[in-house]
Design a protein around this ligand. Sequence first.
Ligand code: MG
Length: 280
Amino acid sequence: MEKWPIGVFTSIDAGLGVRFDVVKELKIPTVHLHTPSRQNRTPEAAERFLKECRDAGITITVMFGGFEGESYADIPTVRRTVGLVPKETRAERVAELKSISDFGKLLGVPALGIHIGFIPESPDDPDFKELVAVTQEICDYLKGNGQNLHLETGQETADTLLAFMDAVGRDNLFINFDPANMILYGTGDPIEALRKVGSRVRSVHCKDAKWAARPGEEWGEEVPLGQGDVDFEAFLRTLDEFGYTGPLTIEREIPHDPERQKRDIAAAVRLLESLKAELA
Ligand code: MG
């Protein structure tokens, strides 16, 4: 694969990604796929979708796990509902991730991405230890399917993420770096964070955002690529320093406005292509 192929986050029937027909229309060669809903995770559906990808020359580079009951309405709601942190749903979500991993194997995806949720900052927190244990269990299961696990950035600082990964201690555990999430959640300057974790980054989201007035308490605002506070030239330069050559996967989380979503993604492709040319 060429260096830094363009990608986009797509959704077939669940999640905030762009519709797959738009990926084909814009001739984008790679995708991150939001995991389809349970009733569509069948061998027949996998075969159908793979054929569609092959016919259009599209490679699925990461599949992202998502769960029923998750809500990104505001930061406290994320804390309560997202990922493996909520205790009430943890066991069933771990089991579901394993079945998602099996479905990913049918699709031939090399990595599964997830939001774990808000990891506690202190390694002495009993919840930190329990999350380490379930993440080890997931990594080991994925390993059996020949897959890596990519943790999405944003809900914790770079330092907390590194401490967590070191505690998990698995060689198939990596990072999906989303610079806009650092801003949206108020967890740190994205380029500084990337400098800390860059050697563990195996996939990225090219998404932009503006800082909130009270970062960490309220959401920042997700905006079209190039219109927010992420310095994408510095982002690409820093990825380059770490030898990252994988896809640049655009995320624009406005599925309620598909026309605008398509326009914004097309503009983001142009901006990334021109930055790539500039840095080549
Ligand atoms: Mg993201």
